[in-house]
Write a new protein. Structure first.
Length: 216
């Protein structure tokens, strides 16, 4: 479970961002803080990544991710958000676990230090990614940046992963913009109608004076 509000917000943002990224692909499963059992019959061997992405498995609810019941397909991409009391020994054990059980990409973000580390599987080994700034995930297609406000993740189309609050703010801004555009269009329509009425009145006045308005 998350050990701080910052950690929780980041987990939700990354999980929901990945979920949205593959919302139209029925065979990409995304989960947060879900126990993953990679070895059949070994409930003592497990890990609960803050976010994991599994390509080749259908979406749907699960109480845990039991790999041998999932065509023996394990998560290919894993995210961890480091908490203030995570020791380096604990983090090293996670790298070893993900190395042993087939993760292709592993990302660790430390919100206290605003540091991002990553590993990519190369010839069967999780190798450190250097540099991480601007790195594009081969599996997800997303780009990682470290801004002044922390980790920023960008979709292939350039849009940023947003929190719910940011999504709601964007929605409200878009609604206000649409309302303003509608008001401007209505004002333009009213002005055009007024101009048309003025033109009709002028034409009527000219006819009263036996002047053909079309000849002017």
């Amino acid at each position: 479970m998350a050990e701080s509000t910052i950690q929780y917000e980041l987990i939700v943002k990354i999980k929901e961002g990945c979920e949205s990224l593959f919302k139209d692909d029925p065979n990409v499963f995304v989960a947060a803080d879900l126990l993953w059992y990679p070895v059949e019959g070994r409930i003592d061997i497990s890990q609960a990544p803050d976010t994991m992405v599994v390509f080749g498995r259908p979406k749907g609810d699960r109480r845990s991710y039991i790999q041998y019941r999932e065509d023996n397909i394990g998560p290919q991409v894993v995210f961890e958000i480091r908490s203030h009391n995570d020791t380096q020994t604990k983090m090293n054990k996670k790298v070893s676990f993900y190395q042993r059980y087939g993760v292709d990409e592993y990302y660790v973000y430390d919100p206290q230090r605003n540091e991002l580390d990553g590993w990519q599987r190369v010839e069967g080994i999780l190798e450190v990614i250097e540099p991480m700034e601007g790195w594009i995930s081969p599996r997800l297609g997303v780009r990682f940046e470290l801004g002044s406000d922390g980790l920023e993740i960008y979709r292939p189309n350039g849009e940023k992963f947003l929190s719910y609050a940011e999504v709601e703010e964007d929605r409200l801004l878009n609604r206000q913009r649409l309302q303003q555009e509608s008001q401007r269009a209505e004002q333009e329509s009213q002005r055009a109608e007024q101009e048309s009425q003025r033109a009709e009145r002028l034409a009527a006045k000219l006819r009263e004076l036996n002047i053909d308005p079309d000849s002017i």
